[in-house]
Design a protein around this ligand. Sequence first.
Ligand code: SF4
Ligand code: SF4
Length: 67
Amino acid sequence: MKWVLNFERCKGCALCTGACPKKILVIQEERINANGYYTARCVDADACVGCALCAVMCPDCAIEITD
Ligand code: SF4
Ligand code: SF4
């Protein structure tokens, strides 16, 4: 499974980081998007089980889980 973020949609609210059972999502502090937000980032793509809890939790539909 592949975790894909729509970088410009994310507002860095961190709801996805708390929802992930594998604890592999963080709010990165290296780059802001056009709206001025630090965004979510997956730190261990291999550990993602594709449960999509992060995507369901995101209020901005910024996460997509693909094959
Ligand atoms: S799909 Fe599941 S395991 Fe993968 S990042 Fe989202 S919540 Fe975590
Ligand atoms: S829940 Fe959505 S908007 Fe909030 S940090 Fe995660 S991806 Fe970004």
